[in-house]
Design a protein around this ligand. Sequence first.
Ligand SMILES: *[C@@H]1O[C@H](CO)[C@@H](O)[C@H](O)[C@H]1NC(C)=O
Ligand SMILES: *[C@@H]1O[C@H](CO)[C@@H](O)[C@H](O)[C@H]1NC(C)=O
Ligand SMILES: *[C@@H]1O[C@H](CO)[C@@H](O)[C@H](O)[C@H]1NC(C)=O
Ligand SMILES: *[C@@H]1O[C@H](CO)[C@@H](O)[C@H](O)[C@H]1NC(C)=O
Ligand SMILES: *[C@@H]1O[C@H](CO)[C@@H](O)[C@H](O)[C@H]1NC(C)=O
Ligand SMILES: *[C@@H]1O[C@H](CO)[C@@H](O)[C@H](O)[C@H]1NC(C)=O
Ligand SMILES: *[C@@H]1O[C@H](CO)[C@@H](O)[C@H](O)[C@H]1NC(C)=O
Length: 539
Amino acid sequence: MLRCKMLLWQLALRLSYHVVPASLCLGGSDIFVSIRENSPMGQFISNLSIRGEPRDNTIRLCLTGDSADWFYLEGRTIRLNASASRVLDREVLGSVLIAELTCFQDDVIQSRFRIVVEILNENDNRPNFLQETIQPFSISELTAVNSVVFSVKAVDADGDMISYIIDQSSRDADFFRIDLPNSGNLVLNKPLDYESRTELQLILWAQEANTVEKFNTSAVLIVNIEDRDDLYPHFLPCTPVSPGLPVCMNPTYTTNITQRHQDAVLEFSPGPIRAEDGDRGINTPLIYSILSGADQGRFEINNRTGEIRITRAVNDRRRETNFTLSIMVCQEDDRLKYSVALVLVRVLAPNAFPPVFNSSTFKGFIVQSSSPASIVSTYGNQVLLIQATDTDFSNGRNPNIHYSIQPSSGLYQITQGGVLIARTDQLHAFDRHILQVVARDEESGEEASASVDVEVLQRGQAVPDGAFREQQYFGDVDRRLAGGIAASMLLLFLSAVLCLLLRMLKRRRRQRHEHEHDHEHAAVGKHPNVVRTETPSLS
Ligand SMILES: *[C@@H]1O[C@H](CO)[C@@H](O)[C@H](O)[C@H]1NC(C)=O
Ligand SMILES: *[C@@H]1O[C@H](CO)[C@@H](O)[C@H](O)[C@H]1NC(C)=O
Ligand SMILES: *[C@@H]1O[C@H](CO)[C@@H](O)[C@H](O)[C@H]1NC(C)=O
Ligand SMILES: *[C@@H]1O[C@H](CO)[C@@H](O)[C@H](O)[C@H]1NC(C)=O
Ligand SMILES: *[C@@H]1O[C@H](CO)[C@@H](O)[C@H](O)[C@H]1NC(C)=O
Ligand SMILES: *[C@@H]1O[C@H](CO)[C@@H](O)[C@H](O)[C@H]1NC(C)=O
Ligand SMILES: *[C@@H]1O[C@H](CO)[C@@H](O)[C@H](O)[C@H]1NC(C)=O
């Protein structure tokens, strides 16, 4: 009995020996918990369910493992060891912290527990564009609309889903669109044109699609447009067909030459003759040529510079009034890309001489009648021709001379042939009109003028025939003066007759010599009276 009791006690003792010391470290279990990312210092993680209390100094707990320093113990409570400068960042640490907790009793390892802490993600990161995807890039101006031209990519450390947005307020937003919100593929929305825009700029946003915060980020994207050979050359200066449209109306180049021009480079207005490739970024070499109007080599074009040279002078100015040339410029590498312009070469008289009238005064007569218009005639009833001659022309007739009466008169008109027409029915007999006729060379602007003295004769009155005598002796001298001179001559004749009579008397009465002188004086003194009597009939 006693033996049995002893045995039981011993067993109990042994049991207690084994159970009691072990019980302090036992009772715990592995810990699997989750905590939020960015949890603060001291954040409760778990209570360890071992029996003993580490404060008793009989047991000791020890944390080991990679993430051990993220934990600390407060009795049997495991807490987070973090600080302001050392935050629990899932993006840095990964999604789990793993450590081991060893329980020593009397420096003997009694038990070991695993601590596995999952870090719950918090949206603490913004998306970021991958720099290599937002570098300036170049695309051809011929890129097809609706094709994907570029892909951008942004990442979010929290692993959030990202959608891409083109900022519609950015300058060139309308050139592109994003095909699918999450793709980051930029699709060309409308045609590009290097000639109007060489660079585009747009702002892109990358935004979290699946978070509450919808964090975003932006990037400026620069798109360089590469010139391609899509345009024809055009002559300069370019007058756009309509504003903003890169299509030019080619100018008409004009120049004036005279017979003196020979083997000379012509200067044009607008000038010089020059073309440029519509593709300014490419600027291919151009070739000039004359399509038509070269007049058997009279005009030559420099196929590189567009300079036009006249090789043969113009001889017959009347026949070769103008030359019209058609010139072409084309790309050297693609002759089908060309442009055509007109060149007008006007041949002008050298204008060494101005037009002149052969007289400063013309004499005209018109007989009053009821006819509304009659041609003014001159002495001998000849048609009065008031014509200027121009020595620049071999026959003296410059077809560019324009005749006019200045100031213009309602009674007279002059034809371009130099014939004076009068409104006969509005004239009065004995009227006298002094008209100013101007001949103007419309090409050079040079002018000559002459006056026309028109006398209106009574119905039935004959046009003086004395043209021959008067013009022969007095030329263009005013008729009034001519009349005066005629009268003086008559007087001289009379004086001479008187002299003869006096000499005859003298022979008879030699004693009366002094009287001769008195008579001569009287004759000369009569002169002004004679002239004055003629005056009323003229004016
Ligand atoms: C953990 O232990 C502490 C002290 O022993 C106690 O105050 C607390 O309520 C326990 N927490 C849990 C969740 O059991
Ligand atoms: C808490 O972390 C800091 C920094 O790593 C470390 O120096 C310190 O010893 C840790 N505290 C505990 C109780 O492990
Ligand atoms: C980006 O976020 C800011 C605030 O953080 C907001 O004002 C802005 O509208 C967002 N941009 C887009 C394109 O949603
Ligand atoms: C050619 O001459 C005309 C008049 O004769 C003048 O109006 C024009 O300006 C001249 N053109 C040039 C290019 O000299
Ligand atoms: C241009 O002109 C030069 C000299 O007149 C000639 O040698 C050359 O072949 C021409 N080039 C073309 C492309 O017509
Ligand atoms: C020559 O050109 C001018 C204007 O450029 C025009 O007025 C004139 O009528 C032309 N002459 C001929 C004969 O074509
Ligand atoms: C002056 O010119 C006119 C008209 O051309 C002509 O009829 C006349 O004979 C000329 N007179 C002289 C003196 O040359």
